[in-house]
Design a protein around this ligand. Sequence first.
Ligand SMILES: *Cc1c(COP(=O)(O)O)cnc(C)c1O
Length: 369
Amino acid sequence: MPKTNETVLEINLTALGDNFRYLKSKLLPNTKFLAVVKAYAYGSDSIEIAKELERLEVDYLAVAYVNEGVKLRDAGIKTPIIVLHPQAVNFKTLIDRCLEPSLYSLKIFQEFIRVSEEKKQTNYPIHLKFNTGLNRLGFSENDVDFVTEILNETTSINVKSIFSHLAASEDEMEKDFSEKQIKTFKSISENLFQKLNYQPLKHLCNTSGILNYSEAHFNMVRSGIGLYGFSNIPSEQKNFTPIATLKTVISQIHQIEKGETVGYNRSFKSDGVLKTATIPIGHADGISRAYGNGIGWVTIQGKKAPIIGNVCMDMMMINITNIDCKEGDEVIIFGEVETAENLSENVNSISYELKTAISQRVKRVVYRK
Ligand SMILES: *Cc1c(COP(=O)(O)O)cnc(C)c1O
């Protein structure tokens, strides 16, 4: 990439393909692959990423909400799209745009059947989500009888898949719990398949589930964070490349004398002479105030420059006292070497949160390497 002259989020499509192929190498040849592109493809660029994933021939895409799916359809994406957490108010739009709902409660299930009958649908593809321990969304094991009774009475919908979600698939300490979830999921699907006269797909694993529980891949796996270059498993990280690099440039350099302060509320007080740089990225761009006052850092020429004072809305100040740099020089917030995961650890967060917070104001640039 040429040197940047403003704040950009660079997205490496080659790395996306590499991460995808690595995850695929963990699967049996017939196991389907669902790519999760919710929240702007984890803060990157949902349209560019979905187009590339379509070229890579993923079987399914998933978003969280209907408006995210509409955006992909508007961009010409043809791959089937599951909407993981649809709201009933958007069901008509969902059907009009050929999006496939995940139905997770009796209320939303019945409401979807009502709308699909009203819109004269037959065999409209839906996905049933079961709760096996995350206690977030999903039917309970006890709902199977009621759900299958209703299913056998309507021709408006067709169950394409049944699925559940692991609560701690990356955590070795929670292996027993994950195995219990796998067992519960198997028993729910056996029970449901007996009562339906056809067999939907079954899927359970997210990225770290793919890596840790090969016995639970079933017919399909769902990956988000792995595609974007994070495994959540330290021994696996070498096989992944973070696809996003957040960069900016130095706007201005200041010499600070002993006793001077830097930034709002004068929260940094200098006890010596130092050099600071102001960079055009702030909490409105997704770098939270939690990173201020020496908690977070950026890199210039591979050297760490701590954030000093409070992070402002549109900019922040960094300590460059021991770095030989000038106005206009490039600053890396996170990327392949100093990763979003490393930076987010400073504030007890995770790469997912830091990446998805990068606001739409930041320009996205895709490239291949
Ligand atoms: C977000 C999400 C995923 C993706 O999980 P990763 O850890 O990013 O691979 C998979 N399944 C469901 C239901 C999700 O909500």
